[in-house]
Design a protein around this ligand. Structure first.
Ligand code: AVJ
Length: 369
């Protein structure tokens, strides 16, 4: 494996303002493929089922599937709630605020790597790609690549369809010559790309280290599904956070201002709305720390006192100190990355990192099946 590595200096002030969270969990949004946008008008966005969109649902209540998932997680011996429930409207804003924090380095360093190495990235990837943005959010990261990559088509996927529709409407004004399509779907569960997506030279763009929300086994399965959605001319441009000093990792997920704490605790209010639960935020404490043995950040909510929570269809007693596990964010060691990709059907071509080697951006090509 000849994996060339490039390092860039990082300017710590130039924070990229917005990075969207992951789409993890059950299939929450589906596109309406009976009414695809007609091709001259292909800048349109697929129809969304709004009642199933947890991120900006106009309806406060969960679908039966979401309610069942939350119920199961709350009843489990080790209580757990998926990190996708961090991203209601306020949660998405709190995550944007996290990206501005001095302690939260991933967004800033990834942006610096992309800026410094844009030309090199473009050389590796080549022009005319079908750029498929996984978790596009405001599409800012991909838009920064357009002048370098000259994609033939841009396909933005995001669980939060409304946010995406606005972003694409703005983007098509700036880049009228690029064909664009938005798909409101939870791609972590379902990744069947509709016929409007060009099959040639598909490049999956998965920035921000969102892959870290998966366990390594899940990550391999997810990447293999990406591989199955492209031909041998396909590829992957992925951001991966690296293992580093524990104190730095701990600070990034438990910042001094308490923004990450607010982000984590806000999940309780979101769950209150979704399933009529009566979580009281002051009874809970945010925990965010690096678990070295598992090579992952863990976020938990810990009961400050003994308490009972009730929701539609259930209730549970929590002892003081008992926790609800709300997120994992896996950190990788640089030498393990090529193997992770190879086991998923990709060949790592080039890895760019910063001088401190805190974050990696990797370009990989599809391996012949
Ligand atoms: C959006 C999953 C990449 O894991 O760093 C930030 C989410 N959680 N602070 C991450 C997050 C707490 C973020 N990802």
């Amino acid at each position: 494996m000849d994996l060339s590595i490039v390092k860039v200096p990082v300017e710590l002030q130039a924070a990229s303002p917005i990075e969207r969270g992951p789409a993890v969990g059950k299939n929450i949004i589906s596109y309406d493929n009976k009414k695809p946008p007609t091709l001259p008008d292909a800048l349109g966005v697929y129809t969304i089922m709004p009642s199933t969109n947890t991120a900006d649902a106009p309806h406060p209540l969960a679908t039966p599937a979401i309610a069942a998932e939350l119920h199961a997680g709350l009843q489990a011996p080790g209580a757990a709630i998926s990190p996708k429930f961090l991203y209601d409207a306020l949660g998405s804003k709190l995550f944007e605020a996290i990206c501005e924090l001095p302690e939260y380095y991933p967004t800033r360093i990834e942006a610096a790597i992309m800026e410094r190495h844009g030309a090199d990235i473009a050389r590796a990837v080549g022009p005319g790609a079908t750029l498929i943005d996984l978790g596009a959010g405001n599409c800012a990261k991909a838009a920064a690549l357009f002048p370098l990559l000259h994609p033939a088509q841009y396909v933005a996927l995001d669980i939060s369809a409304d946010f995406l529709r606005d972003a694409i409407d703005r983007l098509r004004q700036r880049f009228a010559h690029i064909e664009m399509t938005g798909l409101g779907l939870d791609f972590s569960q379902q990744l069947e790309l509709p016929g409007v997506v060009r099959p040639e030279k598909r490049l999956f763009f998965y920035p921000g280290s969102s892959i870290g929300n998966f366990t390594p086994t899940e990550a391999r399965a997810f990447l293999a599904r990406l591989r199955a959605q492209c031909d041998t001319d396909g590829g992957l441009l992925i951001g991966i956070d690296l293992v580093k000093e524990t104190a730095i990792l701990d600070a990034a997920y438990d910042d001094d201002l308490g923004v990450t704490a607010a982000f984590n605790l806000n999940l309780l209010r979101h769950v209150n709305r979704l399933v009529g639960a009566d979580f009281q935020v002051p009874q809970w404490r945010h925990l965010g720390f690096f678990n070295e043995a598992e090579s992952r950040i863990e976020m938990h909510l810990e009961a400050r006192e003994a308490l009972t929570v009730t929701w539609h269809g259930g209730s549970r007693r929590f002892a003081a100190g008992e926790r609800i596990h709300t997120e994992n964010s896996y950190k990788y060691r640089q030498p393990a990355i090529a193997g992770l990709l190879e086991q998923s059907g990709f060949q790592a071509v080039k890895l760019w990192t910063d001088p401190q080697q805190w974050f990696a951006l990797v370009y990989a090509r599809a391996l012949p099946a």
